[in-house]
Design a binder for this molecule. Structure first.
Ligand code: BGC
Length: 737
């Protein structure tokens, strides 16, 4: 196969967009997906829920709004359990974490790539299938509700749970979440989206007060929730641990009642994060519908709520509303009439193939000097693979986003593991996923006549200790006598371990020194990064190629080898900015200290918007990702429609020599005070054969052109913006002004 990276052809077409006094049609925005529309007719579901509520006794209602089971007692190893009402045909409902696969603590499950990887695919259909595949396993295990829809934005690049989310842009995150939600609910599993809202860091995670002004909330942090809530109608929204502008999220009337239930007309239920409820009447009247407790302080117990009703602080109408919402969701999604029974056989081979496909489509080629990649097996006789436990495992995220994998049947390993603030050893803390086909074995399969050797830390007991000088020397010596050196570096993170102190790989594992030593020994050094966060790469200019593989899940070994050897042409694009230094990030401040009560002082300038507004050059920008082929962009047309939408059309051609997929992105510069230079307003992803072209049309709805106007507490349509079409947020190929 001929591989050639074509020089970038910068095309610019000036197109005039006349500012017109259109009447914006806001109903165009976030229209329900066809699956959400086709769900059981909502009017009939509401009537049926009403009838059931009218037949329930007070005791039955009270048991329906509180999950009071310690995790270990939940059937099937789930995270929560709501008891049904058999006499009325209401089944039990078991829920479980599902960020990257089922979080059952007792049943084997497929480990899919982390959702930050899914976001890097920019592939809506893939996200929908991801939601489906996870849901299929959940149902087979007996769960009718999946808690996997994390979508807090990557404001804090060091955030300990970034891997569970969908990046730094609200539209990318919201659309990918809507698709995932849709896929999950199409398999009759209620989807939860979380953590609502302002829960962007782990530091002070039990109650830090996030201080975010209304415009920033509406335009950034609430937007992914709004898009997913309106488009896919998730059954549940999980309120978060933190406080927002003073009030705990789970008793924040503005968040729950005003915005979610009134402005967005959300018909589902609000459930608390585990242990995130702090009051009875206050929380209920602010909009909380169900408490999930962790066995300690509890507020929505039958006794407490009965008392609140008796003393008049909670009305019976409100209790009925709480119960009705849950019943409605169960009816609409299908778990009322067809509850998950569990005990079904899981097609692990099929799920593994899907996990691998997601990983392949999410990998981001960050650097490829002189087309060092893809590797050609025929021309290599000695291949060095170094570090990252590439002989055995890949990294995953820790905490409730972890899964119990079918290969080992356990949350394996963990001995001696110490990262973040963890000192213990349990399924919660173990981030290493052993693979049947780790990277080394997968490379051997693709290069059977080459000698493939591994050097690094093979010590399973202390997977995160620093490399010894002897190990670094051995790795460098192996690299020096090899035709190519592939170094795997890994950055662990997980829920409840705090945030990363730095994006650097240097501490405590001295992986930067390892890369430097190997690159010094062999100029053909290729770095593969396994991370859920951006990482700093001080060695960037000294290595030949870099691939970001994220936490790639259980198909990760094969997926990485397939990308390195060109069986898969990488097509992922960064959903988060990779900065040059920690100091360049919006949250570093003077010294990188985390604020216990974070003030979102950068306002709208978050993620790429920060770098653009401050004129800081990132190492790799949002939306960036290379391919083994090259795409040219031409023929921009920008047309205003009477309803206020803009139709943006242009042509993308694969003018390289390999089939590949491209993600053309449309950004808008909105001419309004304090708006950052550009915001993402649309994108498409599609594959093209060499020489093939595609005419792309993307509609930018009025809402995408609007700003939140605090003076009138509503959206203000701002026509006359500048349209940018690019291969990343900075690689702008076409512009209409
Ligand atoms: C996490 C949630 C999770 C819940 C149940 C909490 O600690 O914040 O994301 O769904 O636990 O496991």
């Amino acid at each position: 196969m001929q591989k050639k990276l074509w020089p970038a052809v910068a095309l610019a077409a000036a197109v005039c967009v006349a500012a017109r006094a259109d009447v914006p049609d806001f109903s165009l925005d976030f229209a329900p997906t066809s699956a959400a529309m086709n769900a059981f007719g909502s009017a009939a579901a509401h009537r049926r829920a009403d009838t059931l509520v009218s037949k329930m006794t007070l005791d039955e209602k009270l048991q329906f709004i509180h999950s009071e089971y310690a995790m270990s007692a939940v059937p099937g190893g789930g995270a929560g359990y709501i008891q049904g009402v058999p006499r009325l045909g209401i089944p039990d409902l078991n829920m479980v974490d599902s960020a990257t696969g089922s979080g059952s603590t007792s049943q084997a499950s497929t480990t899919f790539p982390a959702t930050i990887a899914l976001a890097a695919s920019w592939d809506r259909r893939l996200s929908s299938n991801f939601g489906r595949q996870v849901a299929i396993e959940l149902r087979a295990q007996g769960f009718g509700m999946g808690l996997g829809g994390g979508t807090n934005l990557a404001r804090e690049p060091r955030g300990g749970r970034l891997f569970e989310y969908l990046g730094e842009d609200p539209v990318l995150a919201g659309e990918m979440l809507a698709e995932r939600t849709d896929g999950t609910q199409s398999e009759k599993v209620i989807a939860t989206i979380k953590h609502y809202a302002g829960n962007e860091q782990e530091h002070n995670r039990g109650g830090g007060n996030s201080q975010i002004d209304e415009r920033t909330l509406r335009e950034l942090y609430l937007l992914p929730f709004e898009i997913a809530a309106k488009r896919a109608q998730p059954g549940s929204v999980m309120c978060s641990y933190n406080r927002l502008n003073g009030d705990y999220a789970c008793e924040n009337a503005h968040l729950l009642n005003d915005v979610l239930k009134n402005d967005w007309r959300f018909e589902g239920q609000v459930q608390s994060d585990w242990g995130a409820t702090h009051s009875t009447a206050n929380a209920i009247n602010a909009g909380l519908d169900e408490e999930e407790d962790v066995g300690s302080t509890v507020y929505l117990t039958p006794t407490a709520v009965r008392q609140a009703i008796a003393n008049g602080s909670v009305s019976t109408a409100r209790l009925d509303d709480m119960v009705r919402r849950k019943l409605y969701v169960m009816i609409r999604v299908g778990v009322m009439d067809d509850p998950a029974k569990g005990g079904a056989t899981i097609n692990f081979a099929g799920a593994n193939a899907f996990a691998q496909a997601v990983s392949e489509q999410s990998m981001v080629l960050l650097k490829n000097d002189s087309n060092q990649l893809p590797l050609s097996a025929a021309s290599l006789s000695r291949i060095a693979v170094i570090g990252g436990h590439a002989d055995a495992a890949v990294l995953t995220g820790g905490g409730s986003g972890n899964t119990r994998d079918p290969v080992t049947g356990a949350f394996a390993g963990c001995g001696g593991l110490t990262f973040g603030t963890s000192t213990g050893c349990s399924w919660w803390t173990n981030p290493w996923l052993k693979l049947n086909t780790p990277i080394v074995a997968a490379i051997r399969a693709l290069a059977p006549s080459a000698q493939v050797s591994f050097a690094g830390n093979s010590d399973q007991q202390t997977p995160f200790r620093a490399y010894t000088q002897q190990e670094i020397d051995q790795a460098a010596a192996l690299a020096a006598r090899s035709d190519v050196a592939i170094v795997v570096v890994a950055q662990p993170a997980g829920e409840d371990f705090g945030d990363l102190q730095s994006l650097s790989l240097a501490n405590p594992s001295n992986q930067d020194a390892l890369v430097d030593a190997v690159a010094h020994a062999n100029p053909r050094t290729i770095v593969v990064v396994e991370s859920g966060n951006p990482v700093l790469m001080p060695w960037k200019d000294r290595v030949a190629a870099i691939v970001e593989a994220w936490y790639p899940g259980e198909g990760g070994g094969n997926a990485i080898a397939n990308v390195l050897f060109g069986k898969v042409n990488p097509s992922g694009k960064l959903p988060v900015t990779f900065p040059v230094r920690d100091q360049d990030t919006p949250t570093w401040g003077q010294n990188g200290a985390f604020e216990p009560d974070p003030v979102y002082a950068e306002k709208l300038n978050m993620g790429y918007r920060w770098y653009d507004a401050k004129n800081i050059t990132p190492m790799f920008e949002f939306g960036y990702g290379l391919s083994y082929t090259h795409f040219s962009y031409s023929g921009l047309s920008v047309k205003h429609r009477p309803d206020g939408a803009i139709d943006v059309s242009f042509t993308v051609r694969n003018d390289g020599r390999m089939a590949g997929a491209e993600v053309p992105q449309v950004y808008l510069g909105v001419p309004y005070r304090d708006e950052p230079p550009r915001r993402l307003v649309g994108w498409e992803k599609f594959g093209l054969n060499p020489g093939e072209a595609r005419h792309v049309r993307i509609t930018v709805t009025p809402r995408m052109q609007s700003v939140w106007d605090t003076s009138r507490n509503g959206w203000r349509y701002v026509p006359g913006g500048t349209v940018y079409v690019g291969a990343s947020s900075r690689d702008i190929r076409l512009q209409g002004s």
